[in-house]
Design a protein around this ligand. Structure first.
Ligand code: ZN
Length: 133
């Protein structure tokens, strides 16, 4: 079995402690419409803002998501944590679909291309949240 690790690396050395309660509150409010395959768990030991670990079949298909860890955050505000959680949500969506869907396969590599797509999805989410078209 192969393991895939996708992460949202920290860009700051000044990391902000959060709590599991903050994660849970966002999942129950801003992100209530988003279903995560496993519960995102706060893990202050990781060096990333967020990190998803998946088990992959040898032929490249997702077997299961093992964990979604949320680390200390680059920024202390709630919006940054929403962004981090959404980032992992869309990483999972790509892992689930890249083997069966040409559209997702095309955007899955390299990291820069995948992250541009994810960041676009996240900015659309925030525009909807603010009621912008
Ligand atoms: Zn990522």
């Amino acid at each position: 079995m192969d393991e895939a690790v996708v992460s949202n690396p920290a860009n700051s050395s000044n990391r902000h402690i959060i709590t599991q309660e903050q994660i849970d509150d966002i999942l129950a409010n801003e992100l209530q419409a988003f279903t995560f395959p496993v519960k995102p768990v706060y893990n202050p030991r990781i060096k990333d803002n967020g990190r998803t670990i998946a088990e992959m079949y040898k032929w490249g298909q997702l077997k299961r998501i093992v964990s979604i860890d949320i680390g200390k955050q680059d920024e202390p505000d709630r919006e940054f944590l929403v962004d981090t959680l959404l980032h992992e949500f869309y990483e999972v969506e790509i892992l689930e679909k890249q083997y069966i869907d040409d559209y997702y396969r095309a955007l899955s590599r390299p990291d820069s291309k995948r992250h541009a797509w994810i960041n676009d999805k996240i900015s659309r989410f925030f525009k909807r949240l603010e009621g912008q078209p």
